[in-house]
Design a protein around this ligand. Structure first.
Ligand code: FAD
Ligand code: GLY
Length: 379
């Protein structure tokens, strides 16, 4: 009978994009790693995402999250070829930029302010008025007032990126155990020693919780209350015979159109807090159709492709938890990446792998992500 290996350097709980990215970095360092996933790799938020790498369109203020997002965004070009080399998977990285659209004069004034602010980090960002915008994207509605052009906000295929991280980790010796739910931790002498799962015990020197919107539930098992709750997002996609848009069209946080490499246009996404009900509703999709067709009327004639939903892991302040448990040594968390988990996945993998290896970090930057910050503000 085949012997099942149950002893590892690091057990990573959760086979989403963050668990997989962390596994990749650790395995590359030579650590013996296992990813434990209760269903299948990339079965939750990491396959529901639109895959935008929208550092500047999504995050409007400078701060630790924004700085991390910029660093992560800059990693994609190299990562794309590196992951292809080790996994054989093309993450479909597209770097044709994004247009943050203003549909009214009032919004245009706001977006123009953002243009001058964002140019502090990227001087290639510029304001384009409606006429210039339509020369660039002729399918945009005549009513569009103008928009911010962000040449460096690209996108990827998120499920493929997750698979690529995981398979590249396997290339460096990692193991993936699917259909295995972690139920609780094993603690001894003030530190974690492994986990109890639906398929038996796994011993490890270090444990990382990367369970996205489910992180609070598991952390309660360790006596720590962290704030992570689901924000459901519904999306749909269409296909056109010829491409009708070239860049990502981002209206606001409730409507964007992302032209994927396979010819689909992803259109997202609704925002519904505190539900794990994954049904896709006519109301949700109707609201997206209304917004999207106002921006790009030709969407009305496109071929319908599919609908889906997923759960963004929100922490309340939109900032993920990255760090070590305050009580139990060697237990780490990387969860709560809310709307930007795909964008932040490369840097999350790197930071967590360095943290576990005891390498020097930018402590001042990491302080913003620590696990007990809500406790301090709640009192
Ligand atoms: P998940 O992908 O949810 O993975 C967590 C995994 O843990 C799951 O597979 C789950 O099954 C597993 N798990 C849970 N509990 C256990 C347990 N006890 N034992 C074992 N396994 C367990 N981000 C962007 O950067 N760009 C975008 O354009 C973008 N668009 C989005 C659009 C939508 C509609 C949604 C919903 C999200 C979007 N996001 C986007 C956000 C992004 O998808 C998430 O932040 C990211 O996928 C979170 O990844 P994760 O690995 O932390 O969590
Ligand atoms: N970042 C896009 C979304 O969360 O819908």
């Amino acid at each position: 009978m085949e012997q099942v290996e149950n002893s590892f350097d690091v057990a990573i709980i959760g086979g989403g994009i963050n668990g997989s990215s962390i596994a990749y970095q650790l395995a590359k360092m030579g650590r013996k790693v296992i990813i434990i996933e209760k269903e299948r790799l990339a079965c939750q938020a990491s396959s529901a995402a639109a895959g935008m790498l929208a550092a500047q369109a999504e995050i409007e203020q400078d701060g630790p999250l924004f700085q991390l997002a910029l660093k992560s965004q800059a990693m994609f070009s190299t990562l794309s070829s590196e992951l292809f080399e080790y996994s054989g998977i093309d993450i479909e990285f597209v770097n044709k930029g994004m247009l943050k659209i203003a549909e009214t004069e009032e919004i245009a004034a706001e977006v123009k302010k953002q243009v001058s602010y964002q140019r502090n980090w990227d001087p290639t960002i510029k304001w384009l008025d409606g006429k210039v915008l339509r020369e660039m994207e002729p399918s945009l509605a005549p009513s569009v007032v103008g928009g911010m052009y962000l040449p460096n906000d690209g996108h990827v295929q998120p499920a493929k990126l997750t698979q690529a991280f995981a398979h590249a980790a396997v290339y460096f010796g990692a193991e993936i155990r699917e259909n295995t739910e972690v139920l609780s931790f094993i603690f001894e002498d003030g530190q974690v020693k492994g986990v109890k799962t639906t398929n038996g015990v796994i011993h490890s020197e270090q444990v990382v919780v990367a369970t996205g919107a489910w992180a609070a539930k598991l952390m309660r098992e360790s006596g720590l209350d962290i704030s992570v709750y689901p924000v459901k997002g519904e999306c749909f996609s269409v296909r056109t015979e010829e491409p009708i848009i070239n860049t990502t069209i981002f209206s606001d946080k409730r409507c964007y159109l992302v032209p994927k490499r396979n010819g689909e246009i992803y259109i997202g996404a609704t925002m519904l807090e505190n539900t794990f009900d994954n049904k896709v509703t006519p109301e949700g999709i109707a609201s997206l159709i209304e917004r999207a067709t106002k921006l790009v009327p030709q969407i009305k004639e496109a071929a319908w492709e599919r609908v889906w939903s997923g759960f963004r892991p929100q922490t309340g302040d939109g900032i993920p938890y990255i760090g070590e448990h305050p009580k139990w040594k060697k237990l780490f968390v990387a969860a709560g990446h809310f709307r930007n988990g795909i964008l932040l996945s490369p840097i999350t993998g790197k930071i967590v792998a360095d943290l576990l290896a005891g390498r020097r970090q930018d402590e001042a930057l990491l302080a913003a992500f620590h696990l007990e910050r809500h406790k301090e503000t709640v009192g």
